[in-house]
Design a protein. Structure first.
Length: 182
């Protein structure tokens, strides 16, 4: 008859865990750091290596009672549809969409010139998807501002004096860098 009841784990396992405590702890920390890095690095990579462009912002409501002041950013291409698209409904939600951008006449702003379901082969473009509200979403649609500043940004957007500085990577991923009041 065995001295250790069958319901207890093997004593060898606990001895192994105790003898490798440091390695297990270090492995756990390294794993957590890799997971966090995997979430941060793609956004940072786009901000560092992406082409920086200015997009004109159109006005939308800037206040959320739960999250404080923030500006919802709309762009000229947010509601544009691919050419020839007559039916626009819930079946399009989540579908990938591309907006080709071109410089405006002022030489510093960019505008959306075409919207399509297929990735452009040349030029600067944004990759997004059709949102639940049937608007094109590109991950640059809102920006949190200092408490009490939302109204100032809303007024600037209404008078067409607000631009968004956006980093755009080669694959069309966009990250909002800052808002520019003109």
């Amino acid at each position: 008859m065995s001295a250790i009841p069958d319901e207890f784990p093997r004593p060898g396992l606990w001895e192994w865990v105790r003898s490798h405590q440091r390695a297990i702890l270090l492995g756990t920390i390294v794993f957590q750091m890799l997971v966090l890095g995997g979430m941060i690095v793609p956004s940072t990579w786009t901000l560092v290596t992406g082409e920086t462009i200015l997009l004109r912002v159109v006005p939308v409501d800037p206040r959320d009672i739960f999250r404080g002041d923030y500006v919802i950013l709309g762009y000229d291409f947010t509601m544009k549809r691919p050419e020839g698209e007559t039916q626009w409904n819930e079946s399009h939600v989540g579908r990938e969409i591309f907006v080709t951008l071109a410089p405006e006449e002022d030489g510093k702003h960019w505008q959306g010139i075409t919207v399509s379901w297929t990735r452009p082969t040349i030029g600067t473009y944004l990759r997004g998807q059709v949102g639940n509200d049937l608007r094109n979403e590109f991950g640059i649609g809102q920006f949190f501002v200092q408490e009490g500043k939302g109204k100032e940004y809303e007024d600037a957007a209404r008078s067409r004096r607000l631009s968004a500085e956006v980093a755009v990577s080669a694959d069309g991923t966009a990250k909002l860098k800052r808002l520019v009041l003109e």
